[in-house]
Structures are given as C-alpha cells and as structure tokens.
Design a protein around this ligand. Structure first.
Ligand code: SAH
Ligand code: TMP
Ligand code: ZN
Length: 407
C-alpha cells in the first residue's frame, strides 16, 4: 500500500486509468519506440483528504526545453491573469514599500508581465527553458529551475523576503508539497501571502471531468486538503475564491498562521465540502462509476459515426485529452486529426494514441462533420469563434459534464 505524499498515511486507491504516456509528450513517429508510459491511478487519503496520484513520472520528463504548453495561447487566460495581477496589486501589495513578488511556474510571463509593466520587483521560477525564454525576451526576470526548499533559500539570499508568492496551475504539479510549503513559508515576509489557484476537486467530481487527472496533476486540491497540507508548515488558509478557468478552479490565499484574519468564506467552503462528501471514499467510488459510463457513451458515439463514415476531428490537443483518448481507447479510425493553434505541436502525434496534430487552418479549410471539443474548458471562447463551422452543418461532441452531440 502506498503512503500519502502529504501526511504519510496509507492511501486508498479507488481506480486506475491504465498505462498512460506523458500528457504533453507530443511526438514524432521516430520517437514512438521510446515513448514513456506509467500507471495513471489516483488515490485518496482518508487522514488529510488529499486526492493524489500514486505514481508520477520524473519532473524532468514533463518539464524541459521543449515543453508544449504556452500559457498565452488563450486570450481568455490573458484576460484572467491581467485581472489576477490587478487584484494582487490593488489588494495585498497596496501601500507596501518596494514590494517583491515571486511566481512559481511563470511560463511565458502571462501574469508577471503586469508586475514588470508596473515597475514592481518580481521573479519568475520556470524550469521549462523554452517558455521561460519567451518571458525573458519580454523583459521578465526569470530563472529556470524547479522550485523546492533549496531554491527558496537561494532566492531569499539573492532577493530577500517576498511580499507575495503566486502560483497558477503549478502547485498541483509539484510532488513534494511539504517541501514547497516549507520553502514558501521561509521565503514569505511575516505578513506576506501565498496565493495559488488550481483545478478544483469539487468541480471535477461534479462535472465528471476526469480529464483533469494526468501526469502533471499529481494533486487535485480541495479547500480541506489545502488547509490541512499547509497548516503542517505554519500557513493558514485565509480565503478561497472560485474561478471559472480550466473547467472550474479555486484560488487559495494562505498566510503565516495568525498574521491575517481568515474570511468566513473558508469555513463555509469547508462545510460545503463535508456536505458533498469530498472527505469520504464513497464520493470517489461513485466518480469511478461515472467515468466508466462516460467512456462507454463517448465511444458509442464515435463508433457509430465511424460506421456512418462521418469525418470526425478533435479540437484542441490539450494535455487533458491525452487521458480521454487513452482511457477511452480512441485511435485514428475514430479521429482523423486534432486541430491545434500551438506551432510546437504541429506535425506531431498525440501521446499514446498517435493521432496527427494539424494546424487550425486545416480545420477551417474543410470543416468536418463533427468535432470533439477536447478544449472544453475554453468552450465559450471557441464556440464564439466557430460560428462558421456550425453554419456549415458541423456539430460539437461534448463529454463534460455529459456526452452530448450538439450544434
Ligand atoms: N502559470 C501558468 C503555467 C501553468 S503550466 C498558467 O497558469 O498558465 C505549469 C508550469 O509550471 C510549467 O510551465 C512548468 O514548467 C512549471 N513547473 C513545473 N514544476 C515546477 C516547479 N517545481 N517549480 C516551478 N515551476 C514548475
Ligand atoms: P489547455 O486546455 O491546457 O489550456 O490547452 C488548450 C489547447 O487548445 C492548447 O494546445 C491550444 C489549443 N487551443 C486551440 O487550438 N484553439 C483555441 O481556440 C484555444 C482556446 C485553444
Ligand atoms: Zn494524507
């Protein structure tokens, strides 16, 4: 039996998605023989309530000099991070003299550029060189390393304590959460704050969005598990703010124990999570059953369309889609190609299922009959953009929260 990554208690393994490749590991045909696979199996800790993966590939296999995810691809996310930065500047940083902001997983600088433009001292910590280089060319101070306790000491020695440590969609990627919590605690000023956001467990269970489960997401957090994990290192959960991003996320605000007054929203959220049973195994057994039903329905739709010789493509070669395609058992007989706007993915094959990824222009050139909306978390932005696809008679295939074919 495996031990919880946070508290060391035995964890409860309630399902497996089977052998999975690296979710962002788009590859050339030549690379197929060396493709890396691991067992994608989530588990739940009954003691600290952390939802986690039992096995995760080494970080260097996922984050490197040709990391395929560039944050600034989405206009919606650009607006989101402009607001996030604005909130931090107007809130926590207001009235502080020469504040210093550190961001973990700063990627191409989508959020830090706003601090840079405002002349605020900042530092991005971004191990994937290619995306960090984009940030550096934008004049954003960035170091390419993995954040952990040692790096916190190094940053502290070079720059002093931080007023705010920020992180978006990265805290849930880092397997040694206790070391990160220790590092952040050491780096923060006594009245500093840690603000991070990640996909929210409550949304994942409610929408059966099992595609949030992939190699990078070693944790799927709830307010309960975050409060427990960080309290062990002297950080208190003082606010929770739900977000619409990535199919339903939560922003967590933490501060050294006793330095800030906690918002009543924290207690309300903790109670809400108990009410929905996020702290008990039954919720996860039911989730497993819903995943199986979703898989069956989606494959029924695709198999029927294949029989009727309809053209089906995928929209958005997302990391999430790697779980869906591999778990459901899709191949290029179901999906002709995946359309994506990210140049580094073009001409490559999808991890595990080896379906070609092609530029968006190919989707527009000859609309298919159906498109699987893999990038469902950007659904509003995409549907608004693709009126001509629908006008041509095209239909979307949705699978979150339910499998549905619709214009
Ligand atoms: N914050 C951005 C990027 C999220 S993707 C956004 O929300 O869009 C996650 C990023 O975290 C990747 O760029 C990855 O290289 C980086 N990362 C992974 N492990 C990390 C670690 N230990 N410390 C800092 N960054 C890390
Ligand atoms: P994400 O779900 O991890 O943010 O990844 C979104 C992927 O979808 C990324 O590879 C870019 C792609 N994409 C498109 O191809 N077209 C779009 O309109 C949007 C918003 C994303
Ligand atoms: Zn635990």
């Amino acid at each position: 039996m495996s031990a919880c990554r946070v508290c060391g208690s035995p964890i409860y393994a309630f399902m497996t998605f089977g052998r999975m490749p690296i979710a962002n590991g788009f590859l050339t045909p030549k690379e197929i023989p060396q493709e890396h696979f691991f067992e994608l199996a989530p588990a739940f800790c009954d003691a600290c309530h952390m939802f986690q993966l039992i096995e995760q590939p080494a970080p260097e296999k996922m984050f490197h000099g040709s990391y395929a995810f560039y944050s600034s691809t989405s206009n919606y996310m650009q607006r989101h991070f402009a607001e996030f930065a604005g909130d931090v500047m107007a809130g926590v940083l207001a009235g502080r003299k020469d504040p210093f902001v550190v961001e973990l997983g700063s990627n191409d600088g989508i959020m830090l550029r706003h601090f840079k433009n405002a002349g605020i001292r900042h530092l991005g910590i971004e191990p994937s060189q290619n995306v960090a280089d984009v940030a550096r060319t934008r004049g954003i101070n960035t170091i390419s390393e993995f954040f952990a306790k040692d790096l916190a000491s190094k940053v502290l020695a070079l720059h002093g304590h931080a007023d705010a440590v920020l992180a978006a969609n990265v805290m849930c990627h880092i397997p040694d959460l206790p070391a990160v919590a220790e590092g952040v605690r050491a780096l923060l000023k006594p009245d500093g704050v840690l603000i991070f956001e990640d996909p929210y467990l409550g949304d994942m269970l409610e929408k059966t969005s099992y595609d949030q489960i992939y190699d990078e997401h070693v944790f799927v957090f709830s307010a309960t598990s975050v409060a427990n994990a960080f309290a062990r290192h002297g950080l208190e959960l003082i606010d929770v703010i739900p977000q619409k991003t990535h199919g339903g996320s939560m922003r967590y605000v933490l501060a050294p124990m006793g330095s800030h007054r906690a918002s009543p929203k924290v207690e309300i959220r903790l109670r809400w999570e108990r009410f929905w049973g996020l702290d008990a195994p039954t919720a996860y057994q039911r989730f497993k059953q819903r995943c199986e039903i979703s898989r069956e329905r989606l494959m029924d739709v695709l198999t029927d369309l294949r029989k009727r010789k309809k053209r089906v493509v995928g929209y958005g070669a997302t990391s999430k889609s790697t779980t869906v395609m591999n778990y459901c058992g899709m191949d290029s007989s179901h999906i002709e190609f995946i359309s994506d706007t990210t140049p580094i993915k073009h001409g490559k094959l999808t991890p595990g299922t080896h379906i070609p990824v092609r530029p968006y222009e190919e989707f527009v050139k000859e609309y298919p009959h159906y498109a699987v909306l893999f990038a469902w978390n950007h659904g509003a932005e995409i549907r608004a953009k693709e009126a001509a696809f629908i006008a041509s008679g095209g239909k979307w295939i949705h699978f979150v929260p339910e499998v549905k074919v619709a214009a």
